[in-house]
Write a protein that binds this ligand. Structure first.
Ligand code: SF4
Length: 257
C-alpha cells in the first residue's frame, strides 16, 4: 500500500505519524480491502500528508474539511471504504463543526486522529488539545484554556465506535482500527502521539523516547480506570484512558447497501 515513489517522506525524525499510518495500513490489510474500493481523505497538516504515501485513491482537501469531503464520498459511493487521517488542529479547531456533525450523523467511515497536542507543520502553535500550562509558540507562558478530550467529544456527539491509544501501543492500535473498520457508522480512533520538533522542543522533552514515555505514562488502561472508579478513588490528574471506550449500534448514514 506504500507509494515508494514518494519517498523519502517529509516527516521529522522520530515523528509518531509513521507508526499510526503503518498501524492503519496493517488494519486495511487485515480487512482484505481492495485498492479500487478504498478512499483515503485528509485535510491539512502533518497527519494529513498520510494519503500521499498510500497507493490508493485519495482526497487531500482543505484545512479542517476532511470529514465534509469524506461524507460526500460516502453519500455518493456507499460501497467505498472511507478512511480519514486528521490531526488535533485540523479536526477539532478548523474542522470542529464537521467533527461533531459527522459523529452525530454517524457516517460510516473510519477516522484516525493523530493527536500530538499542537500544530506541528505550521509552527508549534497551541491547538484545542494543548494541555493547560503547556508551552507552545502561541502560549509562551503556558496554555490558559482547557483542552478538548477528543474521544469523549466523539462519544457525546454519537459515534458508534470510539477508541484511544498511543503511538506506543502498536498492536492495540492496529486492532482498534480494524474493529472500527468492521463497525458500521463512524469509528473514531484517537492516537496520542509525539511531535519531536515542536511539542518536544517547547516542553523540554529532549528525546523521542522521553516523549513516548511521557505520553504512555499519562495513559491509564481501561481496566485500571474501571477499578479506580469502582473503588471510588480519584483518577490522578493529567491521565487519560486508553482502550475501546464505546461500541454501540446507533443508526448510521452511508452504510453500504
Ligand atoms: Fe511529525 Fe511534528 Fe515533524 Fe509534523 S512537525 S512531521 S507532527 S514531528
Amino acid at each position: 500500500w506504500f507509494r515508494e515513489d514518494r519517498l523519502p517522506h517529509i516527516y521529522c525524525t522520530g515523528c509518531g505519524n509513521g507508526t499510526v499510518i503503518n498501524c492503519t495500513l496493517a488494519a486495511v490489510e487485515e480487512m482484505g480491502w481492495k485498492r479500487d474500493e478504498t478512499v483515503f481523505v485528509s485535510g491539512i497538516g502533518c497527519s494529513s500528508r498520510a494519503p500521499g504515501y498510500i497507493l490508493a485513491d485519495s482526497l487531500h482537501t482543505t484545512h479542517g474539511r476532511a470529514l465534509a469531503f469524506a461524507t460526500g464520498v460516502k453519500m455518493a459511493r456507499p460501497e467505498f471504504n472511507v478512511v480519514v487521517f486528521t490531526g488535533d488542529g485540523d479536526l477539532a479547531a478548523i474542522g470542529g463543526n464537521h467533527f461533531i456533525h459527522a459523529c452525530r450523523r454517524n457516517v460510516d467511515m473510519t477516522v484516525v486522529c493523530m493527536n500530538n497536542h499542537i500544530y506541528g507543520m505550521t509552527g508549534g502553535q497551541g491547538s484545542p488539545t494543548t494541555p493547560p500550562g503547556a508551552i507552545s509558540s502561541t502560549t509562551p507562558y503556558g496554555a490558559s484554556e482547557p483542552a478538548f478530550d477528543l474521544a469523549e467529544l466523539a462519544i457525546a456527539a454519537g459515534a458508534n465506535h470510539v477508541a484511544r491509544w498511543t503511538s506506543y501501543h502498536v498492536k492495540e492500535l492496529t486492532k482498534a482500527v480494524a474493529v472500527g473498520m468492521q463497525t458500521p457508522g463512524l469509528s473514531f480512533i484517537e492516537v496520542r502521539t509525539q511531535c519531536p520538533t515542536n511539542y518536544g522542543r517547547h516542553n523540554k522533552l529532549r528525546t523521542v523516547s522521553a516523549m513516548v514515555e511521557y505520553i504512555r505514562s499519562h495513559a491509564m488502561l481501561v481496566e485500571k480506570y474501571n477499578r479506580l472508579t469502582a473503588e471510588g478513588k480519584p483518577i490522578p490528574e493529567g491521565t487519560f484512558t486508553v482502550g475501546e471506550l464505546v461500541r454501540r449500534n446507533r443508526p448510521a448514514m452511508g452504510v453500504r447497501r
